[in-house]
Design a protein around this ligand. Structure first.
Ligand code: BGC
Length: 385
């Protein structure tokens, strides 16, 4: 821990009351109107993947793709990849974004059912809020594929395409373990910024992260001065960047007036942006900049990694995820066999959903060129803009 010379410590109770946790007080602004189509994706590789898929199969029918929000780049890419790959196979696609408004997503799915889609692909906003509309789809004989986020409390879902969500957490934890010099003789301070409590992925990530880091919290190599280490205390409703920034500001003011925060363990690139803004506001510089983790390897996050303002992110190739999901659509519509690699972990409260888990990869300054640029996800030009 690096001691600061000056600073006033606010009372812990006062700061705790200022923090915005999962339950309420989200600083989110009203959701913009739901839109029809995603803007073009940043990555141009989906087209290549789609061409390859088209060469092997052709299909027909209409697929409704319900995505959560365009406020984060990854979902824009997910939607664009799904649309391109399905269209290349001959499917008609109705792609909708609900801008993190749960009711808007319910209405969009109802409209898709009414318009006669043959299959639904859903990346939910609130995993448990779609039970009724999922039952409607089932009654209408429309199969559902869960995309990235598990659909909870329903038996209407056929398959689940995702990344290894616990693996995301362990990869972030291992990155911290390997790079933070964790030694009880020289403790490092850490604060946690975890995902949305209505997203099943968030708890999986937290559990993976803590599997690695809890021993270091126990032996004193890691010190969380706010005392907020539980999922309940650190989760952030709807993955709000603003709330992450606000929480980070409050932590810095309340607990780090006389020493530096060394590690922001965040579950999402959006949270990393929020922490970056809070740290800049608090006067942190290159000399005392903390380790900041993230998830998604968004374009801005990758640029921040290059400039040193974010330390790492978890790269999730959305082209690959779309590819796996498309094979599931084909399976339910054409009787093909989708590739499944997990039939145990994803119990949604009603059934264990057969799943395909893609592998997440940690990226930082040392390997982003090899993984992200050579992998065709972003070009050097995009990263230099
Ligand atoms: C996804 C993450 C994403 C987060 C916020 C999660 O469900 O798995 O990749 O960062 O949502 O959008």
């Amino acid at each position: 821990m690096k001691k600061k010379v000056l600073g006033t410590l606010l009372s812990v109770a006062m700061v705790a009351s200022m923090l915005v946790g999962c339950g309420g007080g989200s600083t989110e602004t009203a959701a913009p109107a739901a839109t029809d189509e995603a803007p073009a994706a940043e990555a141009d590789a989906p087209a290549a993947a789609a061409d390859e898929a088209a060469a092997t199969t052709s299909g027909g029918g209409k697929v409704g793709v319900a995505m959560p929000t365009q406020s984060s780049e990854r979902w824009i890419n997910d939607g664009a990849n799904m649309k391109a790959q399905l269209e290349a196979l001959g499917y008609e696609v109705d792609l909708q974004y609900a801008e993190d408004d749960v009711q808007a997503q319910v209405s969009q799915i109802e409209n898709m059912i009414a318009s006669g889609v043959n299959c639904l692909v859903i990346a939910s906003i609130d995993s448990s809020a779609l039970v009724n509309v999922e039952a409607q789809a089932k009654d209408a004989g429309i199969p559902i594929i869960a995309y990235d986020r598990l659909l909870m409390d329903t038996d209407a879902v056929s398959y689940y395409a995702t990344f290894d969500n616990k693996g995301v957490g362990t990869a972030i934890g291992k990155y911290i373990e390997d790079n933070a010099n964790l030694d009880p003789a020289n403790p490092q301070t850490i604060e946690f910024f975890m995902g949305s409590p209505d997203d099943n992925n968030a708890l999986f990530l937290y559990n993976g992260l803590m599997e690695v880091l809890q021993p270091y919290l126990d032996n004193g190599a890691l010190v969380c001065k706010s005392g907020r280490t539980s999922f309940e205390d650190t989760c952030i409703l709807r993955w709000s960047q603003e709330t992450a920034q606000q929480n980070c500001e409050n932590y810095l003011t309340g607990f780090y007036a006389d020493e530096d925060l060394d590690i922001c363990a965040t579950a999402f690139d959006g949270f990393a942006y929020g922490c970056k803004a809070a740290l800049e506001g608090a006067g942190y510089t290159d000399a005392n900049w903390p380790i900041i983790t993230g998830q998604d390897a968004e374009l801005m996050a990758t640029k921040n990694i290059i400039s040193g303002k974010q330390t790492m992110s978890i790269y999730k190739d959305t082209r690959l995820l779309a590819e796996k999901c498309v094979t599931m659509v084909q399976a339910v519509l054409e009787g093909a066999e989708p590739e499944i690699n997990d039939t145990e972990q994803y119990n949604n409260g009603k059934i264990v959903v057969p799943s395909y888990l893609c592998t997440p990869v940690a990226v930082d300054q040392g390997n982003y060129k090899e993984i992200i640029v050579d992998g065709g996800y972003y070009t050097e030009e995009q990263l230099a803009e």
